[in-house]
Write a protein of this length. Structure first.
Length: 79
């Protein structure tokens, strides 16, 4: 099962997450393209959450950075 998981995960380096571009696979409220505008770290300096901003509406959403690894919800870059 682990080999299958690797085929369905986006590869992400948390250190390069800031200002990365993402496309929602299933857009909601006309929000399709997103930009990571903030990366939050815990006390040990490990990335814990990030804020993505919708390019069209400027809506901001906080999520764990690991959620972006799910390629059934997110694609890297703007498509």
């Amino acid at each position: 099962m682990k080999a299958l998981d690797k085929l369905t995960d986006n590869q992400i380096n948390p250190a390069k997450l800031l200002l990365s571009k993402w496309t929602a696979v299933v857009p909601q409220n006309k929000e399709k393209h997103f930009l990571v505008t903030c990366v939050n770290e815990d006390e040990q300096g490990v990335v814990s959450t990030c804020i993505v901003e919708a390019v069209l509406t400027h809506g901001e959403y906080e999520m764990t950075w690991q959620e972006l690894k799910d390629n059934t919800r997110w694609l890297t870059g703007w498509r």
